[in-house]
Design a protein around this ligand. Structure first.
Ligand code: MRU
Length: 353
């Protein structure tokens, strides 16, 4: 077993959250302190923290911080719903945020119904957020364990966006599979899509893989087809922001194109995600709210303008990959190797999700 350096993107100290500022990577590893729920909401919206599992975890801590804050400010919990709503109104696509907020909200409602003392309520909420964080870490390690088995001994794996320690509690989903394969001693090479416009691949994944000592090559987003055609890619692994009841997957813009290319070239296309990413109430990908971000992200790169002044741009942050393009979904409860409604329903039922 190879040893991989640990990397955790958040820590809680004295009921305040400290997070690595992902806007500053790779130039600077700066930690920022989030001590109010408004600061937490802004950090999620502005992508100081990002990645579906991590925004769920940070959202849950944000709720605990907010409940503590309003109690100190007002002496009661009457604006608890405002705290919840502010955190919900940050990013719309990743379901993990709503899943985690729902979990802490239910805990809060139950504590209210049971007339628990305020200090105990606050303590319970921090505990629940911590539980979500720890569960995510264990889920990631399990995903890595299941997923690495799917990779050959010599594996050249193409990945998109950042799905590693920086996007989760600290190991990663799709990147976690690559880490686990490397840890197992497999001869791994990761092709890292730069992932315009936010450059999660170039700025974050390349930084993370370098930190962890895992071999990788940074590629432009438009290189994938050529590498596949030349037989240089053994598998594609991506993460997910939401998986609907029929197995459609919302993930970082560009994922759908990769799935089409992988299908054309007969290359396995894997999605790695914890079961908190499943949204079974949403029947298909067409119903997923897709975040649109500022056109400035497209018209600039590294703070420099790259388009003529006055150019209009379109910036969908996510796309939807149809279930039919996905070889398998790797979860912490096992692998779904036929991705359709029927198999997802059976998986959910028998694996106790
Ligand atoms: O906009 P981001 O950086 O939050 O988008 C992240 C992704 O699309 C990831 O692939 C997804 O959240 C899975 S992270 C384990």
């Amino acid at each position: 077993m190879k040893k991989i350096k640990d990397l955790r993107p958040i820590k809680l100290e004295n009921n305040q959250l400290h997070v690595i500022n992902q806007l500053k990577l790779p130039q600077t590893t700066e930690w920022v302190r989030l001590s109010t729920y408004q600061e937490v909401a802004r950090a999620i919206k502005e992508m100081v923290v990002r990645g579906a599992p991590l925004i769920g975890i940070v959202g849950a801590y944000g709720f605990a911080i907010g409940i503590n804050q309003i109690y100190r400010e007002q002496g009661n919990f009457s604006s608890a719903e405002d705290v919840l709503q502010t955190l919900k109104n940050t990013r719309p696509t990743a379901v993990n945020l709503f899943w985690a907020l729902e979990r802490v909200w239910r805990k809060f409602e139950r504590a209210m119904a049971d007339k628990k003392p305020p200090e105990e309520v606050i303590k319970m909420l921090f505990k629940e957020a911590n539980k979500i964080e720890l569960e995510d870490y264990h889920a990631n390690r399990a995903i890595g364990g299941y997923g690495q088995v799917l990779l050959p001994e010599k594996a050249r794996v193409l990945t998109h966006c950042n799905t590693g320690a920086l996007a989760t509690s600290g190991w990663g989903t799709a990147l976690g599979v690559i880490r686990s394969a490397y840890e197992e001693g497999k001869d791994v090479l990761a092709y890292v899509d730069e992932t315009r416009p936010y450059l999660q691949g170039a700025r974050l994944t390349a930084w993370e893989l370098q930190y962890e000592g895992i071999p990788h090559l940074l590629i432009t987003d438009n290189s994938a087809g050529f590498l596949m055609k030349k037989g240089m890619v053994d598998a594609v692994i991506v993460g997910a922001d939401r998986i609907t009841g029929n197995g459609d997957v919302a993930n970082k813009i560009g994922t759908y194109s990769l799935s089409v290319l992988a299908k054309e070239h007969g290359i396995p296309f894997y999605v790695a995600a914890p079961t908190s990413t499943f949204d079974l109430e949403t029947l298909s990908g067409e119903e997923i709210p897709i975040e649109e971000r500022s056109e400035d992200e497209v018209k600039t790169c590294g703070g420099c303008s790259i388009a003529p002044e006055g150019t209009k741009a379109l910036n969908y942050s996510f796309d939807v990959t149809p279930a039919s393009n996905i070889t398998a979904i790797i979860t912490e409860k096992g692998i779904i190797s036929h991705v359709d409604r029927d198999h997802i329903e059976k998986f959910i039922k028998y694996r106790g999700v």
